[in-house]
Ligand binder design. Structure first.
Ligand code: IPE
Ligand code: IPE
Ligand code: MG
Ligand code: MG
Ligand code: MG
Length: 298
């Protein structure tokens, strides 16, 4: 566990830097529409782990991208992720009352405001990426926009959410569950890792390596999310637990059981670490990250 202290510290630093950027980038509540802007801030500044921003910042560091660019991309992906959580919690989806340790946005405000705050965070993410301050190169910015659009759209995160919503009705096999998880959670994690390479203009080979690493930890991240739903506590994870079972959600655990799910997560961690073998010390934090995920309790 001592080996994981640097990751914990790096997560804290990434979180602080991302929060500073979000503070500036999120609109200040003002005018007749200020309610939606308050709700955006409510959802974003509720104490998320900032795991995707952490990935952006550390993948950018491997390739020497400008940290001022990286932190804006980190803020963009966190805005988009926060939107996905607001909508995921709505009564028509997972119907959750607690998120990040406090009432979900539709509970604190109302459903219409929550839908709108989510929509606004989604579009804000693209506004941030498209702004010149994010990167001086038009080509780099449009590449980021393209990748995030693909990752979050119907062949990415939304596709995964669609399969997830239907998963109670149709029995899914392991490959289908893995696809569901790769899309609903993995796609954004994939974007976060590849973004660092894009920002630095790294070679396609490097981009591909980071993508494969991200596929492993994306799956690992969702398996540990499912494990926490099954065995974690509400105080620690800041959201209701035991919901997957209640809602008959298809997960690796529901299909294989706890032990096999843990073994799968462990194997993914080893494989993810291996993907980063070609890099030097600058990749140490990302090499330890899969083991950090195995131990996480929130
Ligand atoms: C929760 O994401 C939803 C999933 C995709 C599993 P996180 O576990 O990253 O949630 P926060 O951002 O820390 O609240
Ligand atoms: C949510 O997955 C994934 C997205 C929001 C894209 P879950 O429904 O498992 O996330 P939690 O457990 O509510 O955080
Ligand atoms: Mg869900
Ligand atoms: Mg949910
Ligand atoms: Mg979950």
């Amino acid at each position: 566990l001592n080996d994981l202290i640097p990751v914990t510290e790096a997560m804290k630093r990434a979180s602080a830097a991302t929060n500073d950027a979000l503070e500036v980038l999120l609109p200040k509540p003002d005018g007749l529409h200020k309610r939606v802007q308050e709700a955006m801030r409510y959802a974003v500044f509720a104490g998320g782990k900032r795991f995707r921003p952490f990935l952006v910042l550390h993948s950018a560091a491997i390739f020497g991208a400008d940290p001022r660019s990286a932190v804006r991309v980190a803020a963009a992906v966190e805005a988009l992720h926060s939107y996905s959580l607001i909508h995921d919690d709505l009564p028509c989806m997972d119907d959750d009352d607690l998120r990040r340790g406090r009432p979900t946005t539709h509970r604190a405000y109302d459903e219409a405001t929550a839908v709108l705050a989510g929509d606004a965070l989604l579009t804000l993410a693209f506004e941030i990426l498209a702004t010149v301050a994010t990167h001086p190169s038009d080509a780099v910015r449009s590449r980021l926009v393209l990748e995030l659009a693909k990752a979050s759209g119907s062949a990415g995160m939304i596709g995964g959410q669609m399969i997830d919503m239907q998963a109670g009705e149709t029995a899914l096999g392991l490959d289908e569950i893995l696809l569901l998880q790769r899309l609903k959670t993995g796609a954004l994690i994939e974007f976060s890792c590849v973004a660092g390479a894009i920002l630095a203009g790294a070679t396609e080979k490097n981009e591909e390596r980071l993508r494969l690493y991200a596929r492993d930890i994306g799956l690992l991240f969702q398996i540990t999310d499912d494990l926490l739903d099954e065995t974690g506590s509400t105080e620690k994870v800041g959201k209701a637990v035991g919901k997957d079972k209640d809602q008959n959600k298809a997960t690796v655990i529901s299909l294989l059981g706890l032990e096999a799910a843990r073994a799968k997560a462990q194997a993914l961690a080893d494989q993810a670490q291996e993907r980063l073998r070609p890099y030097g010390k600058e990749a140490d934090i990302l090499r330890q990250t899969p083991y950090f995920l195995l131990e996480r309790d929130n």
